[in-house]
Design a protein around this ligand. Structure first.
Ligand code: FES
Length: 287
């Protein structure tokens, strides 16, 4: 249904934005892990975005997106007060959140715009009474997302930047490894949300420690209903659909090589489409 943008915040100008949407029905039922599928206008394609936060009292949800292909460029062109043609959700399976008694802790790892989705999951663990350590990483301090928001409820927020401009110099898996070494068996679960190489690195790291690891996959989606097969992934040797079986899976069972290959071919198509879109706009302006 048409959904009004109540608030827009450019988190990283020209690159990443956050929208607060007037979506009371979704806000009243969405749980951590759920996502929505959007269609910006009647010519636009359907694409998924994970819900970064909900406010059931005020009837709003927050979504965060990286301006990458044509669809997110169209979304970025909308301003406060305008409407998105269709926002459908909540979709997918909610995060399975276990209550781990002290001194057990949960590490939530986020990279890129995945930090926004991780924020919702981390909040779910916090609300369940778990001790939450958030680990977030970026290339530099200007690209860090949700540091302030996570600091409001997480027990600890650890930061890494590639260039050392904020937090520890290095990559986010360095932070996780250090905690796994120092905390030993107190780490009950690691949750990873972000670029596929990051989630794969987290899963490979935690495998050696035997720690339960959950990743949230960002597969290509079309219908979001388990009918088209676009979002298929292999988990534990079985075919799964990210939209209805996920988006969260056991990170130690995901075939990341297959996922990376499918996403790479999709991005090549997206780039061509974005180029075509730009050319078309240019022609219209010239005419
Ligand atoms: S998006 Fe079509 S099966 Fe998942």
């Amino acid at each position: 249904m048409p959904t009004k943008i109540l608030h827009k915040e450019k988190l990283i100008p020209g690159r990443t934005s956050k929208l607060v949407l007037d979506a009371p029905q979704i806000a009243s039922t969405a749980k951590p892990g759920h996502f929505v599928i959007l269609r910006v206008d009647e010519h636009g394609e359907r694409f998924p975005l994970t819900i970064a936060d909900t406010d059931p009292v005020n009837g709003t949800i927050s979504i965060v997106y990286l301006v990458l292909g044509r669809s997110t460029q169209l979304l970025e062109e909308l301003e406060e007060g305008q409407e998105i043609l269709d926002v459908c959700g909540p979709l997918g399976r909610a995060t399975v959140i276990e209550k781990f008694p002290a001194p057990k802790k949960v590490i939530c790892v986020g990279g890129g715009t995945g930090v926004a989705a991780m924020h919702h999951i981390a909040k779910g663990h916090h609300n369940a009474g778990n001790y939450v350590i958030a680990c977030i990483g970026a290339r530099n301090k200007d690209l860090l997302l949700f540091h302030k928001e996570l600091s409001l409820f997480c027990d600890e927020v650890l930061v890494s930047t590639d260039d050392g401009s904020f937090g520890q110099k290095g990559i986010v898996t360095d932070l996780v490894r250090a905690r796994l070494d120092s905390e030993g068996e107190n780490i009950a679960e690691v949750v990873g949300v972000g670029p596929v190489p990051m989630m794969q690195a987290v899963a490979e790291l935690t495998r050696g420690y035997g720690v339960k690891t959950t990743v949230s996959l960002n597969s290509l989606m079309v219908d979001g209903l388990g009918m088209c097969g676009a979002c298929r992934v292999t988990v534990g040797g079985e075919m799964k659909f990210t939209c209805v079986d996920g988006p969260e899976f056991d990170g130690h069972l995901v075939d990341f090589a297959e996922l990376r290959s499918r996403l790479a071919s999709f991005r090549a198509e997206e780039k061509i489409e974005a180029e075509n879109h730009r050319c078309h706009c240019f022609e219209k302006k010239e005419g």
